[in-house]
Design a protein around this ligand. Structure first.
Ligand code: UDX
Length: 448
């Protein structure tokens, strides 16, 4: 175990958005890395240097390090075998997803438990298992007990909890240069190993906080809850602005100059989606209830309902603009939950598109990267190959995910193909004056 950092061997279990990024970044930091996943197709694709999803910069990083690639370092490979992983690793990062349990608020820990059960029989020498997945507080204690009870190396196989704070679409940057590193540890050895694996960012000045397990778990859910609250706060102000005849964009700008408030995550619009914020705040509420402190987090229920209310408000705005939805031709620009991602999990854009379609509208969607994922999840919607094709014959255009491509659209060119020039900007980023000058009725959220 006393190896130099360049010789520490790293296993990453679960190679989705989080794990694939972590694996490639660990290779970039100089380690030999083995990624593990139960999805054989994903493993094969990654071994060929093909990323099975879109994340800016990660495709290049993968090619730079994957074994067998031309000119690659060969430090990175992938397998479906836990046995191979057990033989290979000194550090085992758990990066499996913890989605929302169907029909409930709590997190589904099935993938995490399955990964631990598959891994422990192979932990037959001193090693460190490092949890990165977002989990309900108390999970690390449970996983540590399981490792102590079932790993052949017994107490020599140890657990640490090191939550991940990366944002999709900035995942590589956030992993290589995080804002902070949090390590829930129970021994000096565990802390030393984590400091060793993160030596490069630590040398750059990234703060490293060693804590107990529960604090490390809570930092992640607290951070996501704060971010979600900030977005819902400004969206609640948008509701006020809409009825009081004020402008939430100017309001947000004015608030942002107060350093105690700051302007980040203060953009009003259709609200948050994705694989993290919505399910993390719900799981946090559920866990607080289990711990008997449900009242402490009731505000997060309100944060959640302000957020979902924005989606129904957008449907209502469509009706206000065009009357009956039945038979209405609508063009939807955007399907991913945020720009520069193909992730459609809990996407506000697709939720709105789906609601409109279920209420009788004829909806055509365009997204620069998320078309395949959207098609699979929402087969009843129509899909177009460009914004212009989506807009052809439309009586209403909805801008629902703020891709740069949509900001650059020419209102006159789009105006030439639509049936009526009405646009609703769900993200408050289009140039209202330019659209109005081209003869469009332009409306957005939180501005009268
Ligand atoms: C989030 C956290 O930011 C990250 O730290 C954590 O590790 C995982 O969850 P991510 O899900 O990638 O990351 O998305 P993020 O950039 O946080 O955006 C979340 C959602 O909020 C998006 O749908 C975005 O459009 C929306 N959003 C963001 C707003 O509506 N307004 C804002 O001001 C900011």
């Amino acid at each position: 175990m006393q190896r130099g950092s360049a010789r520490l061997k790293v296993v990453v279990i679960g190679v989705g958005y989080l794990g694939a990024t972590h694996a490639a970044c660990m290779a970039e930091l100089g380690f030999e890395v083995l990624g593990v996943d139960v999805d054989a197709e994903k493993v094969a694709s990654l071994n060929q240097g093909r990323l099975p999803f879109y994340e800016p910069g990660l495709d290049t990083l993968l090619l730079q390090h994957v074994e067998g690639g031309e000119g690659s370092t060969g430090r990175l490979k992938f397998t479906a075998s836990y046995e191979e992983a057990g033989r290979f690793g000194d550090l085992f990062f758990l990066c499996v997803n913890t989605p929302q349990l169907a029909g409930e608020f709590s997190a589904d820990l099935r993938h995490l438990d399955a990964a631990v059960e598959a891994l422990v029989p192979h932990l037959d020498r001193p090693c460190l298992v490092v949890g990165k997945s977002t989990v309900p507080v108390g999970t690390a204690d449970r996983v540590a007990e399981r490792i102590a009870a079932a790993a052949p190396a017994g107490a020599a196989a140890e657990l640490a909890w090191n939550p991940e704070f990366l944002r999709e679409s900035f995942a590589v940057q956030d992993t290589l240069h995080p804002d902070r590193l949090v390590a829930g540890v129970r021994s000096e050895r565990a802390e030393r190993l984590l400091r060793e694996v993160y030596a490069t960012p630590i040398a750059e000045g990234v703060p490293f906080l060693a804590t107990d397990f529960a604090t490390a778990e809570l930092v992640k859910t607290a951070a996501n809850s704060f971010l979600a609250t900030k977005i819902s706060f400004i969206n609640a102000m948008a509701e006020m602005c809409e009825s009081a005849g004020a402008d939430v964009v100017r309001l947000s700008e004015a608030l942002s100059y107060d350093e105690r408030i700051g302007g980040k995550f203060l953009h009003a619009g259709l609200g948050f989606g994705g694989g993290c914020l919505p399910k993390d705040i719900r799981a946090f509420v559920a866990r607080a209830g289990e711990l008997g402190v449900g009242q402490a987090l009731t505000f997060l229920r309100e944060v959640d309902s302000i957020n979902t209310r924005r989606r129904s408000r957008m449907v209502e705005m469509a009706r206000e603009q065009c009357g009956a939805l039945r038979g209405l031709r609508v063009a939807v620009l955007g399907a991913s939950f945020k720009p520069d991602s193909d992730d459609i999990r809990d996407s506000p854009a697709l939720d709105v598109a789906g609601q409109l379609q279920r209420q009788g509208a004829q909806v055509t969607v365009y997204d620069p990267k998320a078309m395949d994922n959207a098609r699979k999840a929402y087969p009843a919607l129509d899909y177009a190959r460009s914004p212009l094709e989506a807009a052809e014959g439309a009586r209403l255009v909805l801008h629902l995910t703020e891709w740069a491509q949509f900001r650059e659209l020419d209102p006159a060119e789009l105006g030439a193909v639509v049936a009526e020039r009405h646009i609703l900007d769900g993200r408050n980023v289009l140039d209202a004056a330019a659209w109005r000058a081209a003869g469009w009725t332009y409306r957005s959220m939180g501005r009268s």
